[in-house]
Design a protein around this ligand. Structure first.
Ligand code: ADP
Ligand code: ZN
Ligand code: ZN
Length: 747
């Protein structure tokens, strides 16, 4: 006789404990996970509502005392039941407990404060504002100056944007408020945040290419076809305009829309465009909202007060009653994958949300993920291209510099002669430059500075990483060998790990060009809240000649004054021990190159590398995505990496090294039972590892990992289930295990 696990109240506190009920005969065939039911509860058996989160054969109580479900509640599919079904799907497909999955998708119930969307509205006239601006500049009150400058161009500004993105404190806003230059209003008192001026004034006439996309998606939609669409278009090609047109049309059909965007890529301009188009029917969620504020947003969504939500991956769980469209901008971004269990990918999850609601999905990117493009090529997604930049501006001129040649001609500096020449030119002309170090937090790889040779794993074709004790290790399969001191290819002794960091680049730059004003942006300089925005704002305001930084500086932001971009060492992302290294490098180089020449003057880009012939570098220098894709997908095919195959990472964490290693080996043994030796090798499930993780120990926790590759995702889910069963039997102590399907970051 089956039983149902029921949660009584959807709030975090109560979730921890589902209650078990017997399913009566008459309900057996109808009852499903996610359904709302009526159950007797407590001593008095008062009948209340609950949600079924699981159906099992196992009774955890005394079967004689267990109560029975009374009925399935009326009302059909509710918001909650959709979310619970989604949690069930995540639980199954990503490997987490049901409770973990529920906590991910359900809004925390918190005491509800007042509605919190506040706007700063300009009260003073232009003259007055300019004189205040002059005074602030004289007194070097830079925060005040920054805010006043924004207010010159905008009648109103969202409060949350001022304090987070602009990096101006609440205290500064209060000073302006007291001086009667601005007033702060809450949404209830101010329905249309962007003013009556021209609520719809900014609507563009779509280009024929844009219109074709909108027409196709809507025609499908109205004919009842729900599809996934991929828009491949460079930055500035008009994707956002298409998203807005689609969202508007879907909202007009009485449904809601979710606009996903990596938090870091959301610019103020984009936000204003949405506010202008959708007024107070659009809302923004981001990580800086408090739990109470998030809950408010959820309530508004549920009550039908808003139609559109903008936010990072968690915006997918907005409890809208009838979602009609999910848009995912910058769909290639790694931040769409959750790093916490359940390690879900927002793209896959968006497809599931769309399936539950009967919604369409639109993905967009200038450099689509291999996953999406592969599916588009197979005809699973419908592909559209936008090829022209609508605001003019030419593509930059790209120089690829061979660092081996630099060494040969005696230049040991981290700046090639070409980069020096162009930097000096910009400093002379007073134009801005960006220097970009595409470094990631990985252990170093070894490469030859004479011939460019990179030490690779003979089995996995990824770079070997340098480890203590003079060893080099592959983090997929565990292959290891002693560190070489002489290049196996050319015999040079210049074989070493590249160690320059952003700080070192800054020092070298100041040494060489003492007159240059330099800003640096990396994990160190952005630790404080708001410092990221501060640095960007300072650079945009012309307070520096050169901005040095990691990948943070290439996302989203427009600096019309930048005419030179230098990539210090393309190899840094090319040779990390990860099968996505080429894809990431292509994306980063393309994005970085796109930073140059957004304004009137044409831009130039210098890519420094030891591997100028590498296809990711070659195709990025021509901004040729297609050509890159063709080569990259061959590599994935040959070695059965995603998206051609699927991959399950099993990650083991242990306080004691031996215990972790032992468990990793034992679980890998269990997994290998799934490998059918009779299948042809090309289609066989493959086991890689176990190996120590790329960072083998963090906070005294040892980390091991092994990987399984197989064409069929569901089979990998079965393996995961088997491993979970095995873990239940073993009850290993002081170790933990996590699953990561189609991992984005190697561990
Ligand atoms: P993307 O999202 O691809 O970066 P946007 O939609 O932001 O592109 O468009 C880039 C710029 O071109 C914006 O300033 C936008 O206002 C403008 N734009 C977009 N579509 C049109 C159009 N049909 N006519 C004129 N300008 C447009
Ligand atoms: Zn060499
Ligand atoms: Zn290997």
């Amino acid at each position: 006789m089956p039983y149902a696990d029921v949660i009584i109240d959807i709030s975090h506190e109560k979730l921890d404990r589902p209650f078990q009920y017997r399913i009566p005969e008459r309900l057996l065939s109808n009852l499903e996970v996610g359904m709302e039911v009526l159950v007797p509860f407590g001593k008095s058996d008062k009948v209340i509502r609950g949600f079924v989160i699981d159906i099992t054969d196992q009774c955890d109580f005394d079967p004689a005392r267990i109560k029975e479900i009374r009925a399935i509640a009326q009302g059909g599919v509710t918001v909650e039941s959709n979310l619970i079904r989604l949690a069930g799907w995540m639980h199954k497909n990503y490997g987490s407990t049901m409770i973990q999955a529920l906590k991910t998708v359900l809004p925390a119930k918190h005491s509800v404060g007042k509605l919190t969307r506040r706007m700063v509205v300009r009260k003073a006239g232009t003259e007055e504002l300019i004189s205040a601006l002059g005074e602030a500049a004289r007194k070097k009150q830079s925060a005040k100056e920054k805010l006043l400058r924004e207010l010159l161009n905008n009648q109103t500004l969202p409060y949350e944007w001022i304090t987070s993105k602009l990096g101006v404190s609440a205290a500064t806003v209060r000073i302006l408020e007291r001086a009667e230059l601005v007033s702060v209003v809450t949404e209830s008192g101010y329905r249309n945040p962007v003013g009556q001026r021209e609520a719809d004034g900014d609507r563009k006439v779509l280009s024929p290419d844009q219109q074709a996309i909108v027409t196709q998606v809507l025609t499908d939609y109205d004919a009842g076809r729900r599809e996934t669409y991929l828009i491949h278009g460079i930055t500035g090609s008009g994707k956002t305009e298409v998203y807005m047109a689609l969202i508007e049309q879907i909202v007009a059909r009485g449904r809601q829309a979710i606009f996903l965007i990596p938090e870091i890529a959301l610019t103020y301009q984009t936000l204003v465009r949405f506010y202008q188009r959708f007024g107070d029917r659009v809302s923004l969620i981001n990580s800086s909202l408090s739990a109470g504020e998030k809950y408010d947003q959820c309530q508004r969504a549920k009550n039908g007060e808003i139609d559109v939500i903008i936010g990072p991956r968690s915006a997918l769980f907005t409890p809208f009653p009838r979602i009609g469209l999910i848009v995912m901008d910058e769909e290639h971004e790694g931040s769409y994958k959750s790093e916490n269990t359940p390690k879900y990918h927002a793209r896959e999850t968006a497809l599931e949300v769309a399936r539950l609601h009967g919604a369409s999905v639109v993905l967009g990117s200038a450099t689509p993920s291999l996953e999406s493009y592969y599916r588009a090529m197979k005809g699973e997604y419908r592909l559209f291209r936008l090829r022209e930049r609508l605001t003019g501006g030419n593509l930059p001129k790209v120089y690829t510099v061979d660092l081996r040649e630099e060494l040969k001609s005696g230049n040991r500096s981290i700046f090639s002669r070409k980069l020096q020449e162009l930097l000096e030119d910009r400093l002379r002309k007073g134009e801005q430059s960006m220097l970009f170090l595409n470094r990631r937090g990985y252990a170093g790889f070894l490469s030859c500075r004479s011939c460019g040779y990179v030490m690779k794993c003979p089995h996995c074709d990824v770079s070997l990483s340098e480890h203590a004790g003079g060893r080099m290790i592959c983090h997929y399969c565990g292959y290891e060998r002693p560190k070489v001191t002489v290049c196996p290819q050319c015999g040079s002794k210049y074989i070493s790990a590249f160690r320059a960091g952003t700080q070192q680049i800054e020092e070298k730059l100041k040494e060489r060009y003492p007159q240059a004003r330099v800003l640096r942006m990396d994990a160190d300089t952005t630790r404080q809240k708001g410092s990221y925005e501060k640095i960007l704002a300072a650079f945009a305001g012309g307070e520096a000649d050169v901005l040095i930084g990691t990948q943070m500086i290439v996302k989203g932001h427009d600096f019309p004054g930048v005419t030179l971009v230098g990539i210090i060492a393309a190899d840094l992302s090319l040779s990390i021990g990860d099968f996505r290294a080429g894809e990431r490098t292509f994306q980063l180089l393309t994005q970085a190159a796109g930073r140059a020449g957004r304004g009137q003057s044409p831009g130039e880009v210098v890519i420094q590398t030891y591997q100028p012939e590498h296809y990711a570098v070659v195709h990025a220098s021509h901004q040729d995505y297609e050509a890159f894709y063709q080569e990259e997908i061959l590599y994935r095919e040959m070695l059965s990496y995603p998206p051609v195959s699927h991959m399950l990472a099993v990650q083991i964490f242990a306080r004691e090294e031996g215990r972790g290693k032992g468990l990793a080996e034992s679980l890998a043994g269990t997994a290998s039972a799934f490998i059918d030796g009779r299948e042809p090798v090309a289609r066989r499930m493959l086991l890689m590892g176990p190996a120590p993780a790329s960072i083998g120990r963090i906070n005294d926790i040892f980390r091991f990992v092994f990987y399984l590759k197989y064409a069929n995702y569901d089979t990998l889910v079965n393996v995961k289930d088997a491993l979970e069963e095995r873990l239940k039997e073993m009850q290993p102590r002081e170790v933990s295990v996590q699953f990561d399907f189609d991992p984005i970051n190697t561990m």
